[in-house]
Design a protein around this ligand. Structure first.
Ligand code: MUC
Ligand code: MG
Length: 368
């Protein structure tokens, strides 16, 4: 039985500034959720944000308030194993609030896993893979720094796929920066994420150059509402377009699928609102013929492990994942964090999510 649900806002410094078209962060803010069961076990979840309520509408302050005031009271006394009923209780208590609901569900599944000594993926259908390729994002905006950073990742066999953030300089400056990076990293797989920063005209103008450089994937070039325009870009693009911010709910994935606004979908807990819902989102995207990409919002090992529990069970995950978040934090939130080796992330096999928080770090980064 669920006895208590507690939340803490934490602010975690990053190793360098991470720039997107519409924000720049030098620390990552999360809401860490603890669920305590009547058998004495506990579970942990994490809701990630990026630059306050900018990447999505939820801020850590809103997430904490809505969990404390609405989601927790709806769940206290419930059976932890009633996953779908508990998800319905949360939906009834709070509309959207997908990052908040996902973090609470992750903590409940982690607690259930510890209670029954089962890994979280066992509740989600069991794992079909033991590791996932993990990409690194270059997002300082300074090509020299980005080339040095990428070369270090390649030489140490940490990462060989890179996401370059575009859309925060003029397109011409971004393209010149991208060209330098691509030239300096022969053989590396390059993905670009424009985070809604371009117009249809700009996208059309630069598609040939992106193609010539061998860019493998273009993520969210236009604004989420520009469905028809994105579909026109996708139709004339020789490079697959990935849907990220444009599709949170399953219904939005359907709209993008029908419009033909992309052929790859970025899976994120903050968009889907739970682990079971994330698995269903993968099925919906798949049914539209979209390939799958394991997206992130710079989660620590706690939030990344919750994603991996789902990714482990998906029949297809063509593009691997980008859960490099634990490596961009000065101090990860987990005591025994995720295992990275040879360009891959291992699926943790311990009970629950397979990672536990470092209580000293949690205390140090908790917002007073
Ligand atoms: C996004 O839009 O994909 C989180 C890390 C990163 O590099 O991009 C963001 C989110
Ligand atoms: Mg993105």
């Amino acid at each position: 039985m669920i006895e208590a649900i507690e939340t803490t806002i934490v602010d975690c410094p990053t190793t360098r500034a991470h720039k997107l078209s519409n924000t720049s962060v030098s620390y990552q803010s999360y809401v860490v959720v603890r669920v305590a069961l009547s058998d004495g076990t506990e579970g942990w979840g994490e809701a990630a944000t990026l630059g306050g309520p900018r990447w999505a509408e939820e801020s850590v302050e809103a997430i904490k308030a809505n969990i404390d005031t609405y989601l927790a009271p709806a769940l206290i006394g419930a059976e932890v194993l009633s996953f779908e009923a508990n998800a319905l209780r949360m939906r009834a208590a709070a509309t959207r609030n997908s990052a908040a609901r996902a973090a609470v569900e992750a903590a409940m599944i982690d607690a259930a896993g510890h209670s029954l000594s089962l890994p979280a993926y066992a509740f989600l259908g069991g794992k079909v893979r033991d590791e996932v390729e993990v990409l690194w994002a270059l997002a300082s905006g300074d090509a020299d720094q980005e080339i040095d950073e990428a070369r270090d990742k390649l030489q140490t066999r940490q990462h060989r796929r890179f996401k370059i953030k575009l859309g925060f300089h003029t397109p011409a400056r971004d393209m010149a920066r991208l060209a330098r990076i691509v030239e300096a990293l022969p053989g590396a797989v390059i993905v670009v994420d424009i985070n809604q920063g371009w117009s249809e005209a700009t996208a059309i103008r630069y598609l040939p150059a992106l193609s010539e450089m061998g860019v493998a994937l273009i993520e969210q070039p236009l604004k989420p509402g520009a469905l028809a325009a994105t579909a026109r870009v996708a139709r004339r693009s020789p490079i697959p377009v990935m849907v990220d911010e444009a599709a949170f709910s399953a219904a939005e994935i359907v709209q993008n699928g029908i419009a033909g606004a992309g052929s790859v979908y970025s899976l994120k807990l903050v968009k889907s609102g739970g682990l079971f819902a994330l698995k269903r989102a993968a099925g919906v995207a798949n049914a539209f013929g979209m390939e799958l990409y394991g997206g992130c919002l710079l989660e620590s090992s706690i939030g990344a492990a919750a994603h991996l529990a789902v990714f482990a069970t998906l029949p297809e995950l063509e593009w691997g994942c980008e859960h490099f978040g634990p490596r961009i934090l000065r101090r990860d939130l987990a005591a025994t964090g995720l295992q990275f080796s040879d360009y891959k992330l291992r699926i943790p096999t311990g009970p629950g999510m397979g990672v536990r928080p470092d209580m000293d770090v949690l205390r140090d980064v908790a917002r007073p």
